[in-house]
Unconditional design. Structure first.
Length: 226
């Protein structure tokens, strides 16, 4: 009797710990990973039913937001669990979404698709893949640079990368058509670090975008977090 009671108590404590991850002020809340690009709005919600979340604004333009979503799902393309979550999110009918999750043995915590448990594994779904932001940035983003790339003359440019882990600004000779990912790879090889995030004027640069999309030219200083 005592053993069963202790086991039940332990399960309740574990579920309570998991439930706390829904609190946007909890440091373990997955949305903190995207704080550079998204600002959660307390006490204001968007969406309905299992898709109800806090409202948020973003420093990204609409096209960058779309790219960020695609990048997120691409990083989980080999996970059958995440693909099922994505399928559930794509359903307009909530009952259809719930059926998909139920058949796959997902348990929704507090009836929210933001937090699910399956086979003792926890899945936190970021708000930006559930609902759109209340505000997009109008910061300059050259949409025509990539679409008219055949008309764009490749220009050799030199950009400077600044980081607390570098003794001085690191200058990279590259082209305006180089991608952010290519610049990151150069830095990682030089610094021997495993991960890197790049920012321009407080705005995180997206991997698949080109330098020209951000109007980056010779002499531009990019901030690196290694």
């Amino acid at each position: 009797m005592g053993a069963c009671s202790n086991k039940s108590q332990n399960l309740n404590q574990k579920e309570e710990q998991i439930t706390q991850l829904l609190d946007i002020n909890n440091p373990g809340n997955v949305n903190h990973r995207y704080a550079y690009n998204f600002t959660l709005i307390p006490n204001k919600s968007v969406g309905t039913g299992i898709k109800q979340t806090n409202q948020y604004s973003t420093s990204l333009s609409r096209i960058e937001w779309d790219m960020m979503q695609n990048q997120f799902w691409d990083s989980h393309k080999d996970s059958s669990e995440w693909q099922l979550i994505r399928k559930a999110l794509s359903q307009k009918d909530e009952s259809a979404a719930l059926q998909i999750l139920s058949q796959a043995n997902f348990k929704l915590i507090r009836n929210s698709i933001q937090l699910l448990v399956r086979n003792k594994q926890t899945f936190q779904v970021p708000i930006f893949v559930i609902n759109e932001p209340t505000f997009y940035s109008n910061q300059n983003f050259e949409l025509n640079f990539e679409t008219s790339i055949l008309k764009v003359i490749k220009k050799a440019i030199q950009v400077r990368v600044r980081s607390s882990k570098l003794p001085q600004d690191y200058e990279i000779s590259t082209q305006n058509t180089s991608t952010i990912q290519e610049i990151k790879q150069i830095l990682l090889e030089v610094t021997k670090e495993k991960a890197c995030r790049l920012f321009l004027n407080g705005r995180e640069l997206i991997d698949q975008n080109q330098l020209g999309n951000y109007s980056i030219s010779s002499g531009t200083v990019i901030q690196a977090f290694l």
